[in-house]
Ligand binder design. Structure first.
Ligand code: HAM
Length: 420
């Protein structure tokens, strides 16, 4: 072991588990790509005010969890705690919204940082794949995103997850509700900090997990009873579209989410095998965010799915992904001359697009064959002095156990024939 360890709340992705992470990222992004979302990549850090304004001054993410730094030049930056504000900032900066084809649909994948209390499933460095549809108010877009996320989890073989759905209203009806909720909260027996939170952002109090607070919230007014007609109709249309797609969801009238930019549709994917950190993904509509960060009105909707928690969910359900072996061919050479010949063949096979590995380090036949087995390769190539004298390379099909000598010139065809 070295003197150093990965920082608290972080961990390293190493083989073979790391292959599952890649497969999860691929499965999620495949859904976004299949629906016309283009890839976007933004910096790992941004102006701290982008998140303060976008995610919200009163959220835990901004007040407690951001990794902030001042550069030598005096700029105030933050490691990105989430992707939506950055992606919208990038789209505005590149004027993507002015190029005539709204919505602008973008997907991304990367690392995010939150200084959270570290525990199982909750890390300070974690991975998300996200999708954002910018610049259109259309319930079919909200439905599309929910259906795509559902399909991503399904394609991975997950079954024990649930979709929670709610509407948070818009700038017409939410303020009325906010007042009603505030009046209700003022009458409760709450600590100082919670009372302060009730004044700044009363909806966040609904998300309080403490039992004594939850008990008092039972009779809290519900946003559903305050939704304006436009929000009600919009929400009904989203519900109808995802129902028609056969996606099962639950109405969760207290779902508020941890970021302030949401309006109307909000949803969360929760997995029942994960304990306290059960949200494997979440998202919703954020019609006001663009204006909050200095842009024009651009109603938008999106989600981010947590790669770490999705992998934990797969493990909790005992789902084994059908991962292709990283290596198709493993070459075992005994003796200097054979090494030179086979190393050349390895390069040739790789150039032909066949994933091939080689017995490095001058091991004997037994040790090298062990490596060949461990690699999961379908084919082992073996050459020693006697093979060279006979002008052949032994080609062993590791599945059937069958082995036959092949002339070096005919090797590529022989390998292709076995791999199909
Ligand atoms: P979020 O709910 O904060 O939403 O994060 C989305 C997902 O990221 C969570 O459901 C969870 O799986 C994962 N995640 C969040 N924090 C952690 C953590 N500390 N450790 C491990 N996994 C974590 C957003 O970030 C929004 N930007 C989603 C969105 C996109 N809304 C609209 N567009």
């Amino acid at each position: 072991m070295s003197t150093f360890q990965a920082p608290k709340g972080t961990y390293d992705l190493i083989p073979p588990r790391s292959a599952v992470f890649l497969a999860v990222r691929d499965a999620i992004s495949a859904q976004a790509r299949s629906a016309g979302y283009g890839y976007v990549e933004t910096p790992g850090f941004e102006d701290v005010n982008l998140f303060a304004r976008g995610v919200g001054e009163s959220t835990d993410i901004v007040t407690k969890e951001m990794y902030t730094l001042t550069t030598k030049g005096g700029d105030q930056l933050a490691l990105r705690p989430e992707g939506t504000a950055s992606v919208l900032r990038a789209a505005l900066q590149a004027n993507l919204h002015k190029q005539g084809n709204l919505p602008v649909k973008l997907w991304y994948s990367g690392s995010y940082y939150r200084y959270e209390r570290a525990q199982a499933g909750r890390y300070r460095h974690f991975s998300q794949v996200g999708a954002e549809a910018i610049g259109a108010e259309d319930p079919a877009l909200d439905a599309e995103l929910i259906i795509l996320a559902d399909q991503a989890y399904r394609s991975l073989g997950l079954r024990q997850y649930r979709i929670l759905l709610n509407s948070l209203g818009d700038k017409e009806c939410r303020p009325v509700y906010r007042e009603a909720l505030q009046t209700f909260l003022r009458g409760l027996d709450l600590d100082e900090e919670t009372l302060r939170r009730a004044e700044i952002n009363p909806l966040r109090v609904l998300d309080d997990k403490r039992p004594d607070v939850r008990k008092q919230l039972v009779d809290a007014p519900l946003l559903r009873d305050y939704l304006c007609d436009a929000c009600k109709a919009y929400h009904e249309e989203v519900r109808a579209l995802i129902t028609a797609a056969g996606v099962v969801f639950e109405d969760d009238l207290k779902l508020v989410r941890g970021l302030d930019y949401y309006t109307r549709t909000t949803f969360e994917f929760v997995h029942d095998g994960l304990g306290a950190q059960s949200a494997v993904g979440g998202g919703g509509r954020y019609d006001g965010l663009s204006e909050m960060i200095g842009g024009p009105a651009l109603p938008s909707v999106g989600w981010a799915l947590g790669v770490d928690r999705t992998v934990l969910a797969l493990e909790a359900e005992g789902v084994e992904l059908d991962l292709p072996a990283a290596t198709s061919v493993f070459a075992v050479a005994i003796g200097e001359e054979a090494r030179r010949l086979l190393f050349g063949k390895v390069t040739e096979l790789r150039r032909a697009g066949i994933a091939t590995d080689f017995s490095f380090g001058g091991k004997g036949l037994k040790g090298s064959m062990k490596d060949a087995n461990r690699s999961g390769a379908r084919i082992a190539l073996v050459a020693g002095e006697r093979d060279l004298a006979e002008g052949v390379i032994q080609v062993k099909d590791m599945e059937s156990g069958e082995q036959r000598p092949v002339a070096p010139d005919a090797l590529l065809d022989a390998v292709r024939a076995i791999l199909g």
